[in-house]
Ligand binder design. Sequence first.
Ligand code: HEC
Length: 165
Amino acid sequence: MKRTIGVILTVGVAVLAAIVLFNTASTADKKAAPIERGRYLAKIAGCNDCHTPGYMAKNGKVDEAVWLTGDSLGWQGPWGTTYPINLRLYMQNITEEQWLQTVPKLQSRPPMPFYALQDMSQEDLVAIYRFVRSLGPAGTAAPAYLPPGVEASLPVVRFIPPPQG
Ligand code: HEC
């Protein structure tokens, strides 16, 4: 009888330990999952192409330490000259909640595909936010927007619209 109780207790403790271990592991996975997803999205949704210096020119071979720190390569067209902002600093200054509230209201100038962000699922927006936050703040602010007709002192990608008529 004593032996049976002993076996039951041992099995019980083992089961409990397994449950605790399993839960800890799955919580860790759940925490890591959005960050991994965010890293993946930054690569495939083009965020790095514009917001990471040299990313396009180096075929994506840029150290993650400088990812999404903004770029001084301007995009010039009828809208003026725009600069991909430093997302590492941007995300530090807003909460996850604020990010989710901001995206639907975005009306960024070209070539920022703000409509692509607006088509993203809530989970993917959270993933991008958490990934950028996990990288921490880095770099400096990108140059300020220049209205049409104002000369840019740094290199630009020039968009020349087709002639009217
Ligand atoms: C083709 C280049 C390009 C791509 C791709 C791109 N961006 Fe941008 N982004 C820009 C530029 C340029 C600006 C500055 C726009 C302006 O001055 O109005 C900008 C601005 C932003 C802003 C500030 C929005 C605002 O209007 O205040 C956020 C946030 C942002 N980008 C996030 C992202 C994310 C996240 C991705 C990837 C899903 C991404 N961008 C992809 C070029 C790009």
